[in-house]
Design a protein around this ligand. Sequence first.
Ligand code: ISJ
Length: 374
Amino acid sequence: MDLLECRNKLDVIDKQIVKLFEERMDICGKVAETKIASGKAVYDAEREKQKLDAVSAMADSEFNQVAVRELFSQMMSISRKYQYSILAEHGRAMKLGFERLDKLPVEGVRVVHQGVEGAYSHAAAIQYFGKNAEIYHVARFEDAMKEVQLGNADYAVMPIENSSAGAVIDMYDLLTRYDNYIVAETFLPVNHALLGVPGAKLSDVKTVFSHPQALMQCSTFLNDNGLKQISVENTAVAAKRVVEEGDKSQAAIASEIAGQMYGLELLKPSIQNNQGNTTRFVILANRKVYQKDAGKISICFELPHTSGSLYNMLGNFIFNHVNMMMIESRPIPGRNWEYRFFVDIEGNLQDAGVKNALRGIGAEAQNFKILGNY
Ligand SMILES: C=C(O[C@@H]1C=C(C(=O)O)C=C[C@H]1O)C(=O)O
């Protein structure tokens, strides 16, 4: 057989496959209708397992057994997505429990951040809520989460991602453990300065204090100058410590504003590796609300440790034309080598495609949570 002959034969076979595929999907539509009537869930893991075992056993070669398994697992995933869309058409869309607001209330609110006055979180809070908001601080990220959950603060302003150092991992874990939701975000340009005690010169400095993220973001400068690094809670604490100890060999990495607040000398401005360095802060509230023009959704979910599970889950976005913006994975505490995934997608909780994709993930993944739409 030459190439042309082979291709002609493939065309005939493919035509049959498409016809059979469409017949199969038609029946899946009928299955969805029975499920609407009976209230049975779309996803039936046991039935799918039996089906995969049965069809792969029908193939002869080992290669084809694996291939048929893959092919059918894809087909069943497509079938489920189709079924979810039929359920949605019949008004059986998943209840998300989020309230839509015209505008987030920002007048007369209480806002909490982690760290001390002059920390970048403080600057982000002022950037979003303005100088007149009632802004206060607590020692740890978790304390800020609690303040919001208990209603002592209306909002918390927390760093979640830096353009050069990546995710602020503590935040991801806290978002799953507390019933707080992301209602907005703000981007703060971060300029790190090296700050010393009055009268010190750059050549005097041997040890530098700062938050681990800031140290990481200035690694080139620190390594080039052979400086010893010590991690502290935040950049403002570093500035305070340098002032209090009054030792010329010690410096802090913090904002120039923190330097002015604590009376430190600017030894070198803008020492970060990346000059466009920016931190993304999220605004958290203890209510499931979103603004009507919100365009980004953050979710998290856990998956079984099986091949293709993430691929299948992300298929929910592909088939609903939802654009994925970010994915991050974090180990699940106490379950070695199993991961929780954090995904940001474009869209609003009102969009039909978004609702459909979230329904699929909600039904098929474990511990699914919508972290917010903002
Ligand atoms: C079609 C069904 O719904 C889902 C899709 C399946 C399929 O496409 O074969 C199998 C099981 C379910 O997860 C069904 O329940 O039979």
